[in-house]
Design a protein. Structure first.
Length: 386
């Protein structure tokens, strides 16, 4: 799960990360009032969307009066902002954060990420931060320092010192930097993050070290113990089909192809997507209905597939282990009838109660094809939508 910059900053501030004062707003009038309330000579108007690259796309603007703040907000609210992370359709701006403007001396990069290779969180830092970290990683990998956080001992003082040195911080700024890094690591560990990123971390002309931007992603499997974090979820930023899928405990991820897939088990789902591509098709989604799905889940999974306008055909590939093939068949039949399914459907069933499942499908009167192997099933659905 992801959250907005202003939410991440509020969380990080609790752990001791220095941030500027700011106010989140929903309307242009609120933005104007926020500028007045901050009573500073310069503020930053920042769109809040779950995507980076806002600065380059015109979503981060310095303003010097309440009127200017309001005008800038009017130009941004309700419109889609396209950044290099949003895809061509962009993200509609519904929230704007107005923050006290900073006089920037220098921009740096700091992040903690869960690194599979290291089997631990890793702190990443670069003295050249700001908007082009991807470029830096590609062309100057040595400019990026990495320190593994010990899972039990945490980040050690010598590591924090090495990191601040790498960032080019000295004296009091090095101390402030080390504190900020420790606070970021604390937040990452305590809140079960997969990513906590500050880009840029800045030194101001007045010599303060602080977070100018913040991004946090959380491990969905740990959200049950962070009710306060779950409350920060913004459904506007998520695919409605994925939201619907979560309601029924389905593992669904929307993709860009046109063959809807319903499969049980993540491994089988991945294999199914591979074979579809091998046969010249493109999957419209990843969907794992789970090992022990019931009829309601299967019905809803099927409805979610059919609600996707890009879906031109559906492939059901189920291995009935704990899950019974007749349960799948019942779910498919119920959903197909309820939604008046009009796209081609290929079903491959194997395992527990397979005969019963096949019989139910045959007697359902639905226009579908069956297949005995995954190869055959993928060939048939690719052929059917051609
Ligand atoms: P992103 O482009 O989505 O990553 O948005 P950021 O919050 O990182 O802002 C992008 C850039 O805007 C930063 O790298 C800064 O150069 C600039 N910026 C943001 N806030 C301020 C500010 O308070 N003062 C100044 N002078 N520039 C700012
Ligand atoms: Mn940024």
């Amino acid at each position: 799960m992801n959250i907005h910059e202003y939410q991440a900053k509020q969380l990080l501030a609790k752990f001791g990360v220095p941030i500027s004062k700011g106010i989140a707003c929903k309307t242009a009038d609120e933005v104007g009032r926020a500028f007045t309330d901050l009573s500073v000579p310069m503020a930053v108007v920042k769109v809040q969307i779950h995507a980076g690259g806002r600065g380059k796309a015109g979503g981060v603007k310095l303003v010097r009066s309440a009127d200017e703040a309001k005008k800038v907000a009017q130009g941004l609210l309700g419109k889609a902002l396209v950044t290099h992370q949003t895809g061509p359709e962009g993200r509609v701006v519904k929230t704007i954060y107005v923050e006290t403007g900073s006089d920037i001396e220098r921009e740096m990069y700091l992040a903690v990420v869960m690194d599979r290779g290291s089997q631990a969180p890793v702190v990443i830092a670069a003295a050249e931060g700001g908007m082009d970290i991807e470029e830096l990683a590609a062309h100057k990998p040595h400019a990026i320092a990495r320190h593994r956080v010990h899972p039990v001992k945490g980040l050690q003082a010598f590591q924090a010192r090495a990191l601040t040195k790498h960032l080019g911080l000295k004296g009091d700024q090095a101390k402030a930097g080390a504190k900020l890094i420790a606070a970021l690591v604390d937040a990452f560990m305590e809140l079960d993050c997969s990513l906590a990123e500050i880009n840029p971390m800045i030194v101001t002309k007045q010599g303060e070290v602080k977070a100018l931007d913040a991004k946090m992603s959380f491990d969905d499997n740990a959200l049950f113990r962070h009710k306060d974090v779950v409350e920060l979820r913004d459904l506007n930023e998520e695919d409605p089909k994925e939201i619907e899928a979560k309601k029924f405990d389905l593992n669904y991820i929307a993709l860009t192809g046109n063959i809807g897939c319903m499969v049980n088990g993540a491994g089988l789902a991945m294999a199914t997507m591979d074979v579809i591509q091998l046969k010249g098709g493109m999957p419209a989604n990843f969907l794992d209905v789970g090992g022990g799905a019931n009829k309601t889940q299967v019905t809803n999974a099927f409805k979610i597939l059919l609600s996707d306008k890009n879906v031109k055909g559906i492939l059901v590939n189920i291995f009935g282990g704990i899950m019974k093939c007749d349960t799948i068949a019942e779910g498919v039949i119920a959903a197909a009838k309820e939604t008046k399914m009009s796209v081609p459907l290929v079903v491959r069933l194997e395992g527990t109660n397979v005969e019963l499942g096949r019989k139910l499908l045959q007697e359902s009167g639905l226009n579908l094809q069956t297949a005995a192997s995954l190869d055959e099933a993928a060939e048939k659905i690719v052929e059917a939508i051609r």
